[in-house]
Design a protein. Structure first.
Lengths: 252, 479
């Protein structure tokens, strides 16, 4: 990973990249991306069925029943991906193969406050983040909890007769409200926050490719994940931070 | 003379012959089947009526004379009501005079006393009659040869027609039915059509023309007569053509109603919006449905409380373009039909009923129904069977859902849910939103979820947007 030329040299060379995600994670993201895309289009066109665009889409896809069918099977794939991910994550962490780097801790909150101050000009330097920044954790947990809610309520709506056998009937309209409102939350969250952070943000524009290629540039590691970089390089955090400051002053 | 001249002459001759033969045909009175049958015997000389006192009288009727008489359209039964093609009673009279006196009584069936008193002669005759001397009309007027007086002038067509049709005239139909052709003059005068003349509705008839028409049955006649209405009411007629009634009639079923069955004819009044009378009209044929309706919440409110907010037959089925309610097109329109009243806040407020039609429209059933029509038309692929209002509430049997026996309603609803959703448990109808907006009292879970998201979504969106704006501002100002 690390060339013999020393830290500054390795970071200064912008062509150098670090392996950030395994192929399994890349595949996972692609699956989630496509299924969520299908779920959101087929779902929201049912929610806003009176809009011209929804009507066009539903009729193009072959009618309401087909759309519902597509939605349910995309839901199965999405649900399976989510469950697989969670099982793998729990096992990986339990076997101490992975560190629980996605866990939210107190530092994430202070990082968020710090960065808001930094963006507003009240701090000179951005927060020192580890493998995942507070923004990434927010997106991850957002889609994970939201996705779980969708899977749960979606199953309730798929089998209303079965569900009301052991749950009060009110759970069906409640699940419907939750499913449709949470869908809107996920849609807004992805289209505003995730798309901004991974496409339009000046830090990554035109596209944050790390989740597709599995690699991240050393420069971005230095700026966004200095704590992780220090651990990987086996050097002190102070040295990394000095390097980051130098790098930022150079490029502005 | 040139060849052209001869050709023209021949042509004119041909035209003259055609026109004159047509005119002759038009002028000739065709006798009814019945009269022709009677004349089969009575048209031959030699038939003699014998009286008890030994007198005799020829029972011969000269066909040509009768055809030329003013009463030719009455046929034989008009004046000899006891006789018909099948019935020929043998009657005994003491003398020729007694027979003549009896026969003269028939004349008064049409020619009332008033009509005769108007003349000096008539007045004198009545005087004699009061003194015991019978009046024998045929002494002066003859019998089968009564000619038009010619002296009589009519100011209007109506006067002319009524001179006969005010009296009891009976029309015979081929199937043996009869129908009085007597026109009720006061009813005609108070009808909405009182400004029209007879031939407006009876085209082809006039003081000059009185074609003889023979109909199979009274029903046949009623349906044919209704054809006249479209001469003015073409819009209504066009709409009627789309109706199930018209379809059935055009298939040869004569039972469905035509215009006159609901609107009447000579006594026709302005299209009544009076709900009770509308229901009464439909009842004549749809008694079973009327009975169901009368027991429903709508029917009971109408009949018991005279509540005019409720729908009657025509509110859902409309008046003229009554389509087959079993068609898919009609079924798809049911939510719209019900919402005509049930989304009206002013009406529903009186009964404390929900007007929130979205609880159906934007739910699974409603949006499926919304696409059903479009899919059928554009993709030729219908959606699955979808419940509309009537599937759960019933059609003519609709009952209150609020304070009637909820156990029955729940049981019915459960049964209905199970038709599509296998194994639906009774908790579904119990806790379904039942067309009311979620509220803390009725459905607290749904209500709370809604409230939470109502707060959460804007907070989230505003928070994220602020972050993004700040982020962009940071990079924009640094450069």
């Amino acid at each position: 990973m690390m060339t013999e030329g020393g830290l500054a040299e390795s970071i200064g060379n912008h062509g150098d990249t670090l392996r950030r995600f395994s192929n399994a994670r890349v595949a996972e993201h692609l699956l989630v991306m496509f299924t969520v895309g299908i779920l959101v289009t087929t779902g929201l066109s049912q929610k806003f069925y009176h809009l011209d665009v929804s009507r066009w889409l539903i009729l193009k896809l072959g009618g309401m029943d087909t759309v519902k069918l597509i939605h349910r099977f995309a839901g199965i794939v999405f649900g399976a991906t989510m469950l697989f991910h969670m099982v793998i994550a729990v096992i990986g962490i339990a076997l101490r193969k992975w560190s629980p780097s996605m866990m939210i801790n107190a530092k994430d909150f202070s990082d968020a406050v710090h960065n808001i101050k930094y963006y507003a000009g009240a701090e000179d330097l951005p927060a020192v983040c580890d493998r995942y920044t507070y923004k990434q954790k927010f997106q991850y947990w957002g889609i994970l909890t939201g996705g779980l809610l969708m899977i749960l309520t979606g199953s309730l709506l798929w089998f209303p007769a079965l569900v009301t056998g052991f749950l009060p009937g009110e759970f069906i309209p409640a699940a419907k409200t939750l499913h449709t409102d949470e869908a809107l939350v996920i849609f807004l969250f992805i289209s505003l926050w995730h798309i901004y952070n991974s496409i339009f943000s000046p830090e990554v524009f035109p596209l944050d490719t790390s989740i597709f290629t599995g690699h991240i540039s050393m420069k971005r590691m230095l700026r966004e994940h200095p704590a992780e970089l220090a651990r990987i390089e086996g050097v002190g955090l102070g040295e990394i931070l000095k390097e980051r400051q130098r790098d930022m002053q150079e490029t502005g | 003379v040139s060849k052209k001249g001869i050709g023209l002459l021949l042509f004119l001759l041909f035209m003259a012959v055609t026109v004159s033969s047509r005119l002759a045909a038009a002028g000739e009175q065709i006798l009814s089947d019945e009269a022709t049958a009677c004349l089969g015997c009575h048209g031959r000389r030699g038939i003699v009526k014998k009286f008890e006192n030994g007198e005799t009288m020829a029972a011969y009727v000269e066909a040509a004379t009768f055809k030329a008489s003013v009463h030719n359209s009455l046929g034989c039964r008009g004046c000899h009501p006891e006789f018909s093609t099948g019935i020929h009673p043998s009657r005994r009279f003491r003398s020729k005079r007694q027979y003549q006196i009896r026969c003269s009584l028939v004349c008064r069936r049409c020619h009332s006393g008033n009509q005769m008193r108007n003349s000096h002669v008539g007045e004198a005759l009545f005087q004699e009659e009061r003194q015991g001397k019978p009046v024998v009309c045929s002494d002066c007027h003859g019998s089968h040869s009564i000619m038009p007086t010619g002296a009589k002038t009519f100011k209007t067509e109506e006067q002319y027609c009524m001179s006969c049709h005010e009296h009891s005239i009976i029309m015979d139909f081929r199937n043996g039915e009869t129908l009085s052709f007597t026109v009720d003059k006061p009813a005609l005068e108070s009808s909405v059509h009182n400004e029209l003349s007879c031939s407006d509705c009876h085209p082809g008839f006039s003081p000059k023309k009185h074609p003889r028409r023979i109909f199979g049955s009274r029903r046949d006649y009623a349906i044919t007569s209704s054809e006249s209405c479209r001469r003015c009411h073409f819009d209504k007629y066009t709409r009627t053509r789309a109706s199930i009634h018209y379809t059935l009639i055009s298939r040869g079923d004569l039972r469905p109603p035509s215009c006159t069955d609901c609107h009447g004819f000579h006594n026709i009044s302005r299209g009544s919006k009076e709900k009770l009378s509308i229901a009464g009209k439909c009842r004549r044929c749809h008694q079973a449905i009327y009975d169901l309706y009368a027991e429903s919440i709508h029917g009971r409110s109408l009949f018991d409380e005279h509540n005019l907010d409720v729908p009657v037959c025509t509110d859902c089925h409309v008046a003229h373009e009554i389509v087959n309610p079993l068609t898919l097109d009609y079924r798809r329109r049911i939510p719209e039909i019900c919402s005509n009243c049930h989304s009206d806040k002013t009406i529903m407020a009186k009964y404390g009923l929900s007007t929130d039609i979205r609880t159906y429209v934007s739910d699974f059933h409603g949006n499926g129904m919304y696409f059903d029509g479009k899919q059928r038309k554009l993709l030729l692929r219908p959606t699955g069977p979808i419940a509309v209002c009537t599937d759960c509430h019933g059609t003519h049997t609709i009952q209150k859902t609020l304070d009637t026996d909820t156990a029955i309603i729940k049981a019915n609803l459960e049964k209905r849910c199970r038709q599509c959703h296998d194994g639906a448990i009774n908790t579904i109808p119990d806790k379904w939103l039942s067309h009311y907006k979620p509220s803390m009292k009725r459905t607290p879970i749904v209500f709370l979820v809604k409230v939470i998201y109502k707060i959460f979504i804007p907070v989230l969106v505003i928070g994220l947007l602020l972050q993004i704006v700040l982020h962009i501002w940071h990079y924009a100002s640094n450069r």
